[in-house]
Design a protein around this ligand. Structure first.
Ligand code: URA
Length: 273
């Protein structure tokens, strides 16, 4: 190829990549998510024959199984005495494979009030969240903010997710990934001490409430969320994910009704026990 042909083909490739990126395609995925935690460990494919053979190295430090990762997460979360320490513990945690698969930049922990009466739990960070290190700052997050503002809840929220690293290609986090991150989510709730939870999207609601039903059936109903140890119990309301609402604007009225129900209960003075 001469230099002018090379330049043309580079321009064509760049243009094709830009076309896919505009359409939201920013990762290459298999048809079915590979649960590398369940699989036990990830061994990269052998190098192509024409490259000098290099001993295969695990992509992430040895991670024998979910039980070991969970025990590590429990110990790290329990040791954190405040949100700053918890943020450090999450950043240092290497037991969730998402950290080595989907996240390009960093762990995404929380934004909002550290003593908020309402904890909002989403599914997992996306590309924008990964870039900024804050949850719900992309298009879905902007819609969530508008909805919270309309319900008068802007200054009343602590916002986090069931997992702290972006799943590759924004796939749904697996139950094992959510389980491993759960001690950190529960420790955050224990430190914030909210009055109630808003569970945003099916993957959040199912994981937090240990339910199998879909979000269309769970949303708008009150559940009692209970921490793994049984020490904390809080009213929890599942609602539709703003990313779903961006695709299905007609469903906004259902999410709006959920938020009003929640805001009304949040405002209500607590009855003496
Ligand atoms: N969707 C989520 O569930 N969480 C985020 O932080 C961003 C998008």
């Amino acid at each position: 190829m001469n230099p002018s042909q090379t330049a043309q083909s580079t321009a064509a490739i760049e243009s094709l990549l830009a076309f896919w990126a505009d359409g939201g395609v920013d990762a290459m995925l298999l048809d079915v998510a590979v649960d590398r935690i369940e699989a036990g460990k990830f061994v990269p494919p052998p190098p192509p024959a024409r490259l000098p053979a290099v001993a295969p190295t695990p992509i992430r430090p040895g991670q024998p199984d979910v039980g070991v990762a969970l025990a590590k997460a429990q110990a790290a979360a329990a040791a954190a005495q405040d949100l700053a320490q918890l943020a450090e513990a999450i950043s240092a945690f290497d037991g969730c494979s998402l950290r080595f698969e989907g996240a390009a930049r960093q762990a995404v922990f929380y934004r909002g009030r550290p003593d908020a009466p309402l904890v909002v739990v989403g599914e997992g960070p996306g590309a924008e969240e990964d870039a900024q290190g804050l949850p719900f700052v992309g298009r879905a997050g902007q819609l969530l903010d508008r909805m919270l503002a309309a319900a008068g809840l802007t200054d009343q929220v602590f916002i986090t997710n069931t997992v702290f690293w972006r799943p590759p290609g924004n796939r749904t986090p697996t139950p094992a990934e959510q389980l491993i991150c759960q001690p950190f989510v529960e420790r955050a709730i224990a430190l914030v001490k909210p009055k109630m939870l808003l569970l945003v999207g099916g993957a959040s609601a199912k994981s937090m409430l240990k339910k199998e039903e879909g979000i269309l059936s769970l949303r708008g109903r009150w559940f009692e969320w209970r921490s793994t140890t049984g020490e904390m119990e809080l009213p929890a309301m599942p609602t539709l994910h703003p990313a779903f609402l961006l695709r299905q604007p007609a469903a906004k009225k259902r999410a709006w009704s959920d938020l009003l129900t929640l805001a009304e209960r949040l405002d209500r003075p607590e009855r003496p026990a």
